[in-house]
Design a binder for this molecule. Structure first.
Ligand code: NAD
Length: 427
């Protein structure tokens, strides 16, 4: 099948490369020409494990890039909208980019004679595909639904493991308004060992939000329990290990720490809150999930102040800037509020991340970035662990370089270092 992918960020590039690997012919579209140049040169525009190999293998053969929507639509049977869906100032979903991409797709579809299916892969609140995307496509293409197909196919990949997740999904959801477009979208995944859940677009949209909101709820719940355990001198990890043995609960996402970040959980929970309120419901649990998450990073600073007193002039090493390990993505990273609060308290921040120094330097130009953990730790008065990078687990002698050997661990990674005052966030 011939596929066009609109938006070459994390989801678009990974989907494009994996569809090419599944044997499809893929053309990528982005308004950022530098990303298109990279794709055509076989260079990933974002970091993702295994992506470089797939792009090298398929670029110039099964995979290409263009900024020309018309070319992409004319040369494909199906177009996936993979553009961003950020939050607006009130936390509601901002559909501006989805609307822009839909208009361009509609225009491009105008002169096309063959059947074409538009698929929304971006995470959008229920009703968006039917009530926002479809009317825009109809208006700009001057066609009616049925002349072209429309479907919703949410993406569940995890950054850092995105290629693996795409190729080994635990669910594929296809929501369509008619059987023909649903069949076509489902067939694109032939070859993957996974049942396809077929439904309507608004249910597909809701499945994605419930998935992310449930995981975010598990994290905030675990963090709240961790905060209580800390006050009662109980190891929350021991508690959750036992609790997770209950098959109705399961062992995953029960680790307490500095909270969730990234481009999905925070904005998706807020978007579902906005949609629920819009529909006339006050979502108390979801609101608490966000509140617990927003307070959690501040607890790192409270613990630091408890140990060091006034932070003014103190040098604090921050290890980990990415929102999680194995990615350079800093969107909503929990290290952002932590660094902000350190600076507000007059501390000097000495940071290190294996991949995300550069992205964070665009946000905070006034802190020191180091090319390794040892340099970040040198002469520091305390160290905050913010991201669960594997390489931090093997740090040892590096801590001898600290002026004051204090670790506040936000990710439950470094307990048991001799000669170091170790403080766990919730344990
Ligand atoms: P991103 O911001 O990394 O990428 C979006 C891309 O779209 C950018 O390259 C941008 O230049 C491009 N773009 C913007 N306007 C455009 C236009 N009019 N036409 C063509 N291209 C345009 O976003 P992402 O992280 O890949 O997320 C995309 C969607 O997928 C979001 O809705 C997100 O919630 C969802 N999602 C993301 C993840 C994830 O882990 N990142 C996982 C599942 C679902």
């Amino acid at each position: 099948m011939k596929i066009s992918v609109i938006g070459t960020g994390y989801v678009g590039t990974v989907s494009a490369a994996c569809f090419a690997e599944l044997g499809h012919e893929v053309v990528c579209v982005d308004i950022d020409s530098s990303k298109i140049e990279k794709i055509n040169a076989g260079i990933p525009p974002i970091y993702e494990e295994g992506l470089s190999d797939l792009l090298k293998k398929h670029a110039g053969k099964k995979l290409s890039g263009t900024s020309d929507y018309r070319f992409a639509v004319m040369n494909s049977d199906v177009s996936f909208i993979c553009v961003g869906t950020p939050s607006d100032a009130d936390g509601n979903i901002d559909l501006g980019i989805v609307k822009a991409a839909s208009s361009s797709l509609g225009e491009a579809l105008k002169d096309k004679k063959d059947y074409h299916v538009i698929v929304v892969k971006s995470t959008v609140v229920p009703e968006t595909t039917e009530k926002v995307v479809l009317p825009i496509i109809e208006k700009h293409s001057k066609k009616r639904s049925g002349d072209f197909g429309i479907a919703m196919n949410p993406e569940f990949l995890r950054e850092g493991k995105a290629i693996y997740d795409f190729m080994h999904p635990d669910k594929i959801v296809v929501g369509s308004m008619d059987k023909r477009s649903g069949d076509l979208v489902a067939s694109l995944y032939n070859g993957l060992n996974c049942e396809v859940t077929r439904t309507n677009p608004r249910t597909a949209e809701m499945i994605k939000y419930v998935n992310n909101s449930f995981l975010a709820t598990k994290i905030s719940f675990s963090n709240e329990i961790g905060n209580i355990c800390k006050l009662l001198d109980i190891n929350t990890y021991e508690v959750m290990k036992a609790v997770g043995k209950d098959f109705r609960i399961g062992p995953y996402f029960l680790n307490s720490g500095a909270g969730f970040g990234g481009s999905c959980f925070p904005k998706d929970v807020k978007a579902l809150i906005g949609k629920a309120k819009n529909a006339g419901y006050e979502p108390l649990i979801l609101e608490s999930v966000v509140k617990v998450n927003e307070k959690q990073p501040g607890r790192m600073i409270l613990l630091l102040k408890k140990e060091l007193g006034d932070l003014k002039g103190k040098k604090i090493a921050v290890l980990g800037l990415a929102f999680k390990n194995d990615t350079d993505d800093i969107r909503e990273s929990r290290s952002i509020p932590v660094i902000k609060e350190l600076l507000d308290n007059g501390a000097q921040v000495s940071a290190y991340d294996p991949m995300a120094n550069e992205f964070m330097s665009r946000l905070f130009g006034n802190i020191k970035y180091n090319s390794n953990a040892a340099d970040a730790l040198k002469d520091s008065d305390g160290c905050l662990i913010m991201t669960e990078w594997d390489e931090f687990k093997s740090l040892d002698k590096e801590f001898d370089l600290m002026r004051n050997k204090l670790i506040i661990d936000g990710r439950h990674m470094l307990a048991g270092r001799k000669g170091i005052k170790y403080v766990g966030l919730c344990w």
